[in-house]
Design a protein around this ligand. Structure first.
Ligand SMILES: [Zn+2]
Length: 315
């Protein structure tokens, strides 16, 4: 099987901008706040459709059902959803301050856990982006419960400055937000469960604010809180190795190759910058994501200096 390319799906968000279209020339609507593209997804909201090749037009769901062994390898249940969701985020405005449920809370409310990992592909003019990750040192559980209402919650939260090339792994249960403009590559468990505690006092085009879930948010954040630490300026190396996936960056100079043996595991490859080509397939350029099926052996050659992200170990 060849690498599988999917069509990405743009999603409007109250905090989104025009950068994906105007600055990065992705095929998304102009003059709309496109906060996200969903580039690889197998769930009730977006079911990725193959963009080209032998299986063009088929959904990821159907492919897994019909070619489970070739794509996912032995032992995978063909009816199980693909475990990973891949997105690009254009955060022009701050995203809501949120947390994804821990296993305990997810079970209680029939929601799903979500570990996620950000890679900062581009930042605003200052070259830095500010994020909220976890809690400030010394904030007690009491302070937090008292403060977790409206903008006051911001006083309890840790601000982290991120630069291009930084990655950060956010285990489910970690409070997070992106506060200043940034383009983020996001890999996460396939889940859409989030509890918002603060949405920056804004309203949508319909004049309404989005729902908050303060009780569930407070129930999710467990003390003592352990704040994740960013991995700075990754050129070649691991950004995260979690129970649910491993994500690493590879930088190839022009002419260098990267190969994957057949029958080890399925993987996801995304080009962050540059351009790589593989045997018969079309060249892959910045923003392109492909699924590398279990049964295939692949070799990618960099046509120019190229930076790639590999997501694996997700079964
Ligand atoms: Zn999140």
């Amino acid at each position: 099987m060849d690498p599988i390319v999917f069509k990405y799906v743009p999603v409007e968000r109250i905090w989104g901008g025009n950068a994906l279209c105007e600055k990065f020339h992705r095929d998304v609507p102009m003059n709309a706040r496109i906060g996200e593209t969903w580039d690889l997804s197998d769930n009730g909201k977006v079911n990725s459709v193959v963009a080209s090749g032998k299986y063009a037009g088929a959904t990821l769901r159907r492919l897994i059902k019909e070619h489970c062994l070739e794509i996912m390898g032995p032992g995978w249940n063909p009816d199980a959803e693909f475990p990973i969701l891949v997105k690009w985020l254009d955060c022009e405005k701050p995203i809501s301050v949120q947390v994804h449920p821990t296993a305990r809370v997810a079970e209680k409310y029939a929601d799903r856990v979500k570990d996620e990992c950000w890679y900062v592909a581009s930042c605003g003019d200052a070259g830095k982006a500010e994020a909220i990750v976890g809690l400030k040192d010394g904030v007690s559980e009491e302070d937090f419960k008292r403060g977790a209402h409206g903008a006051a919650v911001l006083d309890c939260l840790q601000r982290v400055s991120l630069s291009e090339g930084d990655g950060i792994f956010l285990p489910t249960g970690t409070v997070h937000s992106i506060v200043s403009p940034a383009l983020i590559y996001e890999v996460q468990q396939n889940s859409d469960s989030a509890y918002r505690v603060y949405d920056w006092d804004r309203v949508g085009p319909d004049g309404r604010s989005r729902p908050l879930h303060i009780d569930k948010f407070l129930e999710t954040v467990e003390f003592p809180v352990e704040n994740p630490v960013p991995v700075r300026g990754v050129e070649n190396g691991v950004i995260c190795k979690s129970r649910h996936f491993t994500e690493s960056v590879r930088t190839l100079s022009a002419g260098r190759g990267l190969s994957f043996e057949a029958c080890v595991q399925p993987r996801i490859l995304t080009v962050l910058s540059g351009c790589v080509s593989s045997g018969g397939g079309a060249a892959l350029k910045a923003f392109d994501t492909v699924l590398l099926p279990y049964a295939g052996a692949f070799e990618f050659i960099a046509r120019e200096e190229s930076k790639l992200i590999i997501t694996e170990d997700f079964l």
